[in-house]
Write a protein that binds this ligand. Structure first.
Ligand code: ASP
Length: 488
């Protein structure tokens, strides 16, 4: 909109007439005077409409009100004074007005535009709004979450949600900059792929051109980032979406975002140092009011953490009630193998982790499997696992030995991981990496109770999108093209 100015900039226009546009926030009638706040993406301002004084009828040719809130073009024949009385929260207005300093006694120094108000001279209604299912002017944290999800676009209008999503963007752009400054390149890896063993069930996507065949969605870009190392990029990163078909588990989302990175010719110590410096810088730059309990971050072995805290996510905060305390801790030397509840052997992180030098002998012999440790590390923050990573295997024989120990048959190895085994025969450099979870980082920094509060369009715990209505059925035609018959 030409000549429109943002609400945060009103202070630069004191005494002048300006145009703003946005939503009606709260309105307060005081006798003949009508006050209402206007809101745009930059903030709020109090508007004052003084009936009679600044509403000569000739000022209202642009007063375009639709009848009954339908169209916005049509004019209403009532007087301007009654029109301004019709304005309701969440209507979309274009307002012309004069920026006045507030009388001394009405100044609210601590809020944006607390020292000024807009004296309305002309209003154009760009759109009306029904009464919203919940109040936009307050935090919606206590509102039924299903309702918030159904009307996510309204929930997102609230100040708290706007802040969360905008801070998320700040954090992500900090990471992108930091990575680029340190010589990393962002590479997009496929969403339609063949599966990677990250310990969860995979989402499958049927292929139309190859009926009976399926893509799966990445649980992480793990194999691709390792192949980027084989490809010679040396320093890769990606703000990567990961999908895992897990059963409802509290604060999980089926899709989440990682700052995924991988470095060639790197030691574990270097990954730890790099990551640590990055987080310290993030807090310093984006959350200066927060304090990190201990620098350098304390380190503890997995075994010690389990013994001392009964958990591999120890909470190292001094004061758990201090919303500004950040207690990072490194958990090192994770075991390579574990038994699942079903009694099956699996890799604790994933089968691409390298083995600790001290445990190599046992590994080669395949002895005492559960005592074999990997060069695998986690970063924990205030009892949340922020990230997992490891120095990887880069030699074919060792990778094969892991698959053998995991009892993956020769045929299965070729079928699922043949490309990795082969890639390692073409001069794969030693490499390692890490993948901090963005949703959790934002949640903790924003002091939110769960990650749904920091994701623009989250799903319910059961993986439903209540706004769009997914998952949903597809048409018989689609099923037929895909060669799929549903079992009723
Ligand atoms: N791909 C791993 C994960 O998603 C992270 C890593 O090992 O870099 O947890």
């Amino acid at each position: 909109m030409r000549n429109r100015i943002y609400i945060k900039d009103l202070k630069e226009h004191i005494g002048k007439e300006v145009i703003i546009a946005g939503w009606v926030d709260v309105r307060r009638d005081q006798g003949k005077m009508i006050f209402f706040d206007m809101r745009d993406m930059t903030g709020k301002v109090q508007c004052v409409a003084l009936p009679g004084k600044n509403f000569p009828s000739k000022n209202f040719p642009a007063f375009a009100l639709g009848d009954k809130g339908q169209g916005t073009h049509g004019f209403l024949n009532s007087s301007p004074e009654s029109l301004v009385k019709e304005i309701r929260p969440e209507w979309v207005l274009k307002i012309t007005g004069k920026v006045n300093k507030r009388p001394e006694k009405n100044i609210k120094a601590e809020v944006l535009n607390g020292d000024l108000e807009l004296e309305v001279t002309q209003i154009e209604v760009l759109n009306k709004a029904e009464t919203t299912p919940f109040q936009i002017t307050e935090s919606t944290i206590g509102i039924n979450e299903d309702l918030r999800m159904k009307y996510k676009y309204l929930d997102l209008r609230t100040e708290r949600m706007q802040k969360n999503i905008r801070m998320r963007d700040k954090i992500i752009s900090f990471f992108r900059d930091y990575m680029h400054k340190n010589g990393f390149i962002e590479i997009e890896t496929p969403i339609l792929m063949k599966g990677t063993p990250e310990g969860s069930r995979e989402y499958v996507v049927p292929s139309r051109l190859f009926n009976g065949k399926f893509y799966v969605l990445p649980q992480s870009p793990q194999q691709f980032k390792q192949l980027c190392m084989v490809a010679g990029f040396e320093k890769y990163f990606q703000i990567a979406r990961c999908m895992r078909d897990e059963d409802t588990r509290g604060d999980r989302q089926l899709e989440f975002t990682q700052l995924d990175f991988e470095i060639s010719f790197v030691t574990q110590e270097e990954v730890l140092e790099y990551t640590e410096a990055m987080f310290i810088e993030l807090v310093k730059n984006v959350y200066p009011e927060k304090k990190i309990s201990k620098i350098p971050f304390p380190r503890i072995s997995y075994a010690e953490s389990m013994k001392k805290y009964g958990s591999d996510k120890p909470d190292m905060r001094v004061n758990k009630n201090d919303p500004n305390e950040l207690a990072f801790v490194w958990v090192l030397d994770f075991p390579m193998f574990e038994k699942t509840k079903e009694g099956e052997l699996q890799a604790v992180h994933h089968p691409f982790c390298s083995i600790k030098e001290e445990d190599k002998e046992k590994f080669i012999k395949g002895e005492d499997m559960f005592s074999i440790r990997a060069n695998a590390y986690d970063l924990v923050l205030n009892s949340y696992e922020l990230s997992s990573g490891s120095i990887r295997i880069h030699e074919r024989a060792i990778q094969k030995q892991v698959f053998d120990l995991l009892k993956i048959s020769e045929e299965e190895q070729q079928k699922r991981f043949g490309h990795m085994l082969e890639a390692f025969t073409f001069g794969a450099p030693p490499h390692g990496g890490f993948a901090p979870g963005i949703d959790r980082i934002v949640m903790i920094l924003q002091n939110e109770p769960n990650i749904r509060e920091v994701i623009a369009f989250p799903k319910t715990g059961e993986g439903r999108d209540l706004m769009m209505g997914s998952p949903a059925s597809i048409t018989d035609k689609q099923l037929k093209e895909l060669g799929i018959k549903l079992v009723k």
